[in-house]
Design a protein around this ligand. Sequence first.
Ligand SMILES: Cc1ncc(COP(=O)(O)O)c(C=O)c1O
Length: 464
Amino acid sequence: MLRHSLISSSRSLLARHSKHAAMATRAMSAKAAEMHISHPLSHADVDADPKTHDIIEKHAKYTLTTYGRPPVVFTHGKGSYLYDVGHREYLDFTAGIAVNALGHSDPEVARILFDQAKTVVHMSNLYYNVPAGELAEQLIESTRASGHFQASKIFFSNSGTEANEGALKFARKVAKVTAQPGQENNKFGVVSFVNGFHGRSMGALSATPNPKYQKPFLPLVPGFVHAPYNDVAAIDQYVTPETCAVIIEPIQGEGGINVASEAFLKKLRSRCDEVGALLIYDEIQCGLGRTGKLWAHQHFSEHCTPDILTMAKPLANGFPIGAIMITDKVAEKIVIGDHGTTFGGNPLGCAVASSVLRRINNPEFLDNVNRNGEHFKQQLESIKSTLIKEVRSKGMILGLQFTVDPAPLVALARERGLLIITAANNTIRFVPALNISKAEIDQGMEILKKAIIAFEDKTLNVTA
Ligand SMILES: Cc1ncc(COP(=O)(O)O)c(C=O)c1O
C-alpha cells in the first residue's frame, strides 16, 4: 500500500517540482519498479514514509545541492541508532562522520546545552567567559598529562576547517617573524600529503590535494605542495628552508584510513626542526579518543610530537566547535589582532565540550574504545569475500578496502538498516560512536555481511 502511494506520489512530484527533487524521485521510482519484483528489504527506499517526498522536495527547492543524498529523512536518534520519518531504525556506523562520539541525543549533553542556554549562549570574544577558560585548561592539562606534546595555549574556532585555517595562518606568522633578515617574504611554503583532507576553505582546500575538490576553484593559495604519505625518502625534497609548515593527519580518514609510520612522523619532526618549519597534526577526525588514546599521535614516540594540533568533530558531540592547540614557541609570536572569530569559544559550545572531554578522557572509556575497536576489526577480518582486499584500523576508526569501488555497498547496507560511508581508495570507513556496544557492532556486522553478499552479486554479475 505504502509502496503504491509512494510510486504515485513520485509521479505527481515529477511533474511539479524542482530539478533535484525530480531527479531524486525518478531514482526512487526506478528503484521501486526493481524492488517490486525482487526481494523485499527491511529499509527499502521505496517503502519510505510518503512524508519523505514532501520534505525532500522542500529541501531541494530551497537548499543548494552540494551533496548527493539518499531519499531518507532522519528525524531523531538515540545512542547508535537513527530513526527516519517513518520511524524505521538504522544502526549508525557513521556517527555524523566521527562526530557523535557519545552517540545521538546523549542526556548529559542535552542537559548541559539546556542549562547553559538558560545561563548565557554568546557574548563575543570582546569579553572573557568562564566555560571557554575551563575548557582551554582541561584540554592543555589533559594533553600534557597524557603524552609528550607540550601544548600551552588554545584558540577556539567553530569547525575543523577553521581550525586548520588558523593553524596555517599561525605558521605563516611565525615564519615571517623568525625568518632570517631578507627572507621574511620567502618562507611561506606548506607541505601536505596525498589523500589528506583538511577542509574546503581556500587555505584548507589548498592543503587538500584531491583534484575533485580543488579543480573547480583554481587558482588556490600559493606555496602549497603535496608529498607522498609515509614516504620517508621523499621528505627532504618537499620540506625545504622555504617551508613554514607541514600539515598531516597522523591517520588519514577521508583518504582511506591510512596510518602513518613512526619512521615517517619522526623524519617529518626532525626535518621540520632542521628547516625551521612547524609540524601541524590535524586530529580533527582521528583525535579525541577515536584511536583509544586521547590523541592519535600518542601512539607514536616523543620524537613525533607536533607544534600545533587541530581538533573539532567530536569535541562537543555534534555542537559545532573546533580548536587549535599550540606550544609556547608558536603562542609567543601571535599577538592581539592576528586572528579572530565571532562565535569561536562561545560559552554554550565550550560548556558542552568540557563535559564531553571529561567523559572521553577517562581510562575506562578509552579502554573500552580499544577493546571494542579490536572486536570490530576482528569482525571485519572474519568477512569472507573475494572483493575484500584489506582491513586497516586504529581503535574505532576502521577501513575495509575493496578491490573495486564499494560505493554501491552504502545503499545496499542502508536499505538493510545500516549506515556506513566511503573513503578514498575503494575503502568503506567505519567511525561509529565511541560508546557503541559489542552487541551493536555484531548486529551491524550481520547486516554488513548480507549487504556484501548483495554487492558481490551485483558486481560479479555485471563483470561476468
Ligand atoms: C581530517 C579532517 N580535517 C578537517 C576536516 C574539516 O572539518 P570541518 O568539516 O569541521 O570543517 C575534516 C572533515 O571531515 C577532516 O576529516
